[in-house]
Design a protein around this ligand. Structure first.
Ligand code: HEC
Ligand code: HEC
Length: 250
């Protein structure tokens, strides 16, 4: 067991109950915590914390996304997408399949309750211009290229719109880049209306790098107000609610 996991484990009991009423974890948070440390009903399931961390900060170099404070509705939907194969990933699909539906929901709630923290920005040449271009794409999009403003769905400054639009602020830069490339190449599922595939398909590699730099350097939102994962509901998909931009430009 790597040293940092042993250290992290020492904080498991005292540190992981942030965001729960009166400091007492709910039953779902308890189940979610068991999953995170690898003690799910499946027994031998890989501990989420070995990649995403006990507090869900992830790892920008290893491309493990930050889950801390992400909306529980989005996290729960994503776990279902991995389990059903709607979103395919060689690491996450088998892990999600090992868990029960209740455990997938509980682990979503657990990570949604953790506080995200921002990594130190990496200053490289041309970075300021990239961040500026990213900010323009986020706020107004690009009419000529047919790219919708990200904030129409992901909220002002990438803070997300629960339950289905994830926050992007403070997400790891390399992970944002990778996911947009996956969509562009048709390798990421889970978005039935193909909104993100259409958007990423119109973005140049430079624009993808620009939005990744912009969002990665914004402070992530505080733990989302808890919304039951059922709120994302099959009805939303059925009625196409995912496809209608709250304030679409096109
Ligand atoms: C061996 C490393 C590893 C382990 C263990 C792991 N993950 Fe992941 N996780 C990843 C990687 C890599 C991705 C990105 C996959 C992709 O591109 O779809 C990911 C993506 C995710 C996402 C999607 C996040 C987003 O913003 O869309 C969720 C949710 C998630 N993991 C939850 C979990 C949970 C819950 C567990 C434990 C039950 C877990 N992961 C265990 C590596 C891991
Ligand atoms: C019309 C709505 C809409 C617009 C506009 C939009 N998105 Fe999205 N985006 C979504 C939805 C819905 C998802 C979640 C897909 C899923 O459930 O897998 C998403 C997911 C993402 C993700 C994956 C996050 C994660 O944690 O894995 C990234 C990155 C992203 N969007 C970037 C962008 C960028 C950059 C723009 C602007 C150029 C943008 N989006 C504009 C709807 C939108």
């Amino acid at each position: 067991m790597p040293f940092w996991i042993i250290i992290a484990s020492a904080f498991v009991i005292v540190g992981a109950w942030a965001g729960t009423a009166g400091g007492q974890p709910s039953e779902k948070t308890r189940i979610g915590h068991a999953v995170v440390v690898g003690a799910s009903s499946a027994g031998r399931q890989t501990a989420c914390m070995s990649c995403h961390g006990i507090n869900g900060q992830g790892d920008g170099v290893a491309l493990f996304p930050r889950l801390a404070g992400q909306y529980s509705g989005y996290l729960a939907k994503t776990m279902e997408d991995y389990a059903s194969g709607r979103r395919q990933n060689e690491i996450m699909t088998p892990i999600a399949k090992q868990l029960s539906g209740e455990e997938r929901q509980a682990v979503a709630i657990y990570y949604a309750e953790q506080s995200p923290s921002l990594d130190k920005p990496v200053a490289v040449r041309g970075y300021a211009q990239a961040i500026q271009r990213g900010g323009v794409l986020s706020a107004i999009g690009d009419r000529d290229l047919g790219i919708q403003a990200c904030q129409n769905c992901h909220g002002p400054e990438g803070r997300g719109l629960p339950p289905i639009y994830p926050y992007l602020a403070g997400q790891h830069e390399a992970y944002i880049t990778q996911q947009l490339r996956f969509w562009k190449e048709g390798r990421r599922g889970g978005d039935e209306q193909d909104i993100m595939r259409a958007i990423a398909g119109r973005m140049t590699d430079q624009d993808i790098a620009a939005v990744a730099a912009y969002f990665a350097n914004l402070p992530p939102p505080a733990p989302a107000e808890q919304i039951e994962p059922t709120a994302w509901a099959e009805d939303d998909r059925a009625t196409g609610a995912m496809g209608s931009a709250p304030g679409g430009q096109q």
